[in-house]
Every structure is written in structure tokens, then in C-alpha cells.
Design a protein around this ligand. Structure first.
Ligand SMILES: [Zn+2]
Ligand SMILES: [Zn+2]
Length: 413
């Protein structure tokens, strides 16, 4: 096989990998947009890749590791006759995110299931494995052809709720010839990631100290959501999901994920924007099913835990005006870098005027620390290619046989 990193040898996010078999079967792994920093330079537009997004079809299939925008965000540009494989729950997340943010959606995707191999042209075998990451149901992808095996890690970690499965999964995958791995944490300090469980132990103190807890986190970080729900329950607070989160938890439809439809103590916060400005079609599908699950009472006892978004300042103002905020904090539970985004920056400043006196940083990484990355050595790969990092050189100190490559350089396996 031949591998080319079309994009992303020296940036976090927006990585595109091309793999070609000796017989000429050609696939792409991940097709997402650049993260906010790089987005300024490179707005979300058609990347004009010949045979993939323009011209005549030259690729046989595209495989998406998970639903974060930097991995899936550009799939609507892929030519219609190229199948795009997305795992079922990741597709639900992608579709909802697109609908709520008015982004173009690719409706037609093929279903991909963990540990169910997919054959491309009877020549290349693709097997996705479930892996721990901050986006629900993320995959690592094993590619087999020409008697060789390549593992593309996607984004991964071992400090979340599925972390204990990482070592057994590697064991199951067994020997590979090449690894293409993310290295997000290589540009950060060498520290072991806090686990989601340890994070929730710290959060417990915050839940005891404040009566109203506002939480700013990515809705797709389901591990975190489950943790905060448990804390709300333990500390006697009503758990209230914003309308997007409520749609997401409901659509994922898994018993362990708290939603307004599978827990009597989960409520939905439907802010006026969604009652007024949206089309009737949107409201019928995404708003009305939840309006019965709102209770004014849930604020009135003033002990609540509320999921918020940076766009919800007006709604917070109203709660404050109604005297539902008097001992409140906001838990900031996302990557620090997002604080520089205009909307989040002004949101964090403005909320202080409306009774939310403290912003508490509680976050742990969605990306593998060095100890976790080093476990990949067990697979015995002869070539290891770092992507999704701004410090690829550092990988040499962690893994054997690292090959630093340029974008579009051809590497054989
Ligand atoms: Zn990523
Ligand atoms: Zn990710």
C-alpha cells in the first residue's frame, strides 16, 4: 500500500489521509475542516481535491473516524458517487450539529459498525474499532490490503469512561506494519491526563458550594455529561439540558445517557429563540417534543444544574431578572483555546453581570497523553507517522520507528 497525508502533518485537526492499494483501490480517512485557529486562514470551502470533490470519481470510499468537525466537517463536498462510511451514532451527532448550526449536510452516508469489516473492491479490508475519545463512539480504523496492515488511530485517549478497553483493543488488533497516529498532546506539557472520574471528584466540591451550576461543555462529550448528571443527582440539583443537548441525548437513545425521555429528573431548557425564530418544520421535529418536559418549578427551587451554550446569554439574563440566580457559578469544561473565540470570550465576561460570579475551569483532555501513546509500541509497527499535531518531532521520544513526513509525500508499506 501507499500512504499520503494530503493535509495535517503539522496542524491539529483537518487531517486528510489517502491510502492506495497495489491494485489501485483508493480510500480517504477523515475529511474535516480546520480548527478555529487555522480556519481564519482557510475558511470552510470546497478543498477542490481532484477525483474526490471535483472532476470525475477517483476514490473508492471515504471513512470517518468520529463526529468532531475537524474529522467530518467537509463530507458534504465529496462527490455523490463516492460512498462515505460513518458509524451510526456519529452520524446522528453530525446530522443534529449540522441542522442546529445551519451547515450543509451530506444526507447519504453508508453505515459502519465496530468490528464489522467492510470490503472495498474485494481488495481492501477496513475494520473500525471503538475507541475512547471526547466524541461519542469514535473509531480507530484498521486497513488491510496487499498482505499488510495499517492502523489509523483517529483521535483517542484512555482517560475516559471507555479507557480501560484501550489495551485489550490493541491486543485484539495485534501486529500492524504501519501506524498513523494523532499527536495532539505532543505540543503540551508531559503530564498524565486526569481521568473523567478524578475530574468529577473535583467537580463534586463545586456542586456542593454553589446552588446554581451553569455548564459550558461540548454536548458531544457524553462521558462528561453523564458525570455531571450523576453529580446533580447526588447533590439534589435538577438537571436541565439545553435544547440541542436534549435532542442529542434523546436521539442517541442509549439507556446510560440521561435524556428527558429516559429519566424523570432530566428537563429541557427551550429558550425563546427556538420558540419564535425557527421554521414550523424545525419546531415540530426538534422543539415541540421537548416543551412538555420543561418545568418552571425546576428553577424555582434554585437548585439546578443547567447546560448552556455561548449563544444563550439573553436567556441567562431572563433567569437573572426573574431572581432564579443568586449563588451561581459557570463550569467551563472545554479546551482552553476556545476561550479566545469571540462568542465565548464575550459570553464569559458578560455572565458576571447576571449573577454568575465565578468561572470554574474543570476539564480533562480528549487526547492521548504520552503514556497512552506509548502503548502503540506493542503493535510493532515498522513505520509510525504522526498527524494531528503541531509537534510531530516529539513523537520520536515516545514511539519506535517514527517517520516524519511532508504533506502529500508518498510512503510505502
Ligand atoms: Zn481532531
Ligand atoms: Zn476529535
Amino acid at each position: 500500500m501507499k500512504v499520503r497525508i494530503l493535509k495535517g502533518t503539522n496542524q491539529i485537526g483537518g487531517c486528510i489521509t489517502e491510502i492506495t492499494s497495489d491494485k489501485g483501490t483508493k480510500i480517504i480517512i477523515d475529511f474535516g475542516e480546520d480548527l478555529p485557529d487555522d480556519l481564519e486562514k482557510n475558511k470552510k470551502t470546497n478543498p477542490n481535491i481532484d477525483g474526490l470533490t471535483i472532476g470525475k470519481k477517483k476514490y473508492d470510499a471515504v471513512f470517518i473516524t468520529h463526529s468532531h468537525g475537524d474529522h467530518i466537517g467537509l463530507i458534504n463536498y465529496i462527490l455523490d458517487d463516492i460512498p462515505v462510511y460513518v458509524e451510526g451514532l456519529s452520524k446522528i451527532i453530525y446530522t443534529l450539529l449540522s441542522v442546529f448550526t445551519y451547515k450543509d449536510i451530506r444526507f447519504k452516508t453508508e453505515n459502519m459498525e465496530f468490528k464489522k469489516p467492510i470490503m472495498v473492491n474485494n481488495d481492501m479490508k477496513i475494520t473500525p474499532y471503538l475507541v475512547d475519545h471526547s466524541s461519542y463512539n469514535s473509531a480507530m480504523i484498521l486497513i488491510e490490503a496487499d498482505g499488510k496492515r495499517i492502523l489509523h488511530t483517529g483521535d483517542f485517549r484512555s482517560n475516559g469512561l471507555k479507557g480501560q478497553d484501550f489495551a485489550p483493543t490493541l491486543k485484539e488488533i495485534g501486529h500492524v506494519d504501519m501506524i498513523i497516529t494523532e499527536g495532539t498532546s505532543l505540543s503540551r506539557k508531559n503530564i498524565d491526563n486526569e481521568t473523567e472520574e478524578q475530574l468529577m471528584n473535583r467537580a463534586h466540591e463545586t456542586f456542593l458550594k454553589y446552588d446554581q451550576i451553569f455548564i459550558l461543555q461540548s454536548s458531544t462529550n457524553i462521558d462528561r455529561l453523564q458525570g455531571f448528571y450523576d453529580l446533580a443527582k447526588i447533590t439534589g440539583k435538577t438537571f436541565i439540558e439545553d435544547i440541542f443537548t436534549a435532542n442529542l441525548t434523546t436521539s442517541l437513545n442509549e439507556e446510560k445517557i440521561p435524556s428527558p425521555f429516559n429519566r424523570d429528573d432530566v428537563y429541557t431548557w427551550v429558550i425563546s429563540k427556538y420558540r419564535q425564530n425557527k421554521s414550523l418544520k424545525f419546531k415540530r421535529k426538534y422543539v415541540y417534543p421537548f416543551t412538555e418536559r420543561i418545568k418552571q418549578k425546576s428553577y424555582k427551587n434554585k437548585h439546578y444544574c443547567l447546560m448552556v451554550k455561548g449563544s444563550m446569554l439573553e436567556a441567562i439574563k431572563k433567569l437573572y431578572a426573574k431572581n432564579f440566580i443568586d449563588n451561581a457559578c459557570l463550569i467551563y469544561s472545554m479546551w482552553d483555546g476556545y476561550k479566545e473565540k469571540d462568542e465565548i470570550k464575550s459570553f464569559l465576561e458578560e455572565i458576571k453581570k447576571y449573577g454568575i460570579k465565578d468561572v470554574i475551569n474543570l476539564h480533562t483532555s480528549g487526547h492521548a497523553d504520552r503514556k497512552t501513546i506509548s502503548m502503540l509500541n506493542e503493535l510493532g509497527a515498522k513505520k509510525v507517522i504522526p498527524i494531528h499535531t503541531t509537534n510531530p518531532e516529539e513523537l520520536v521520544n515516545i514511539l519506535n520507528n517514527v517517520v516524519l513526513v511532508e504533506e502529500k509525500e508518498v510512503i510505502s508499506v
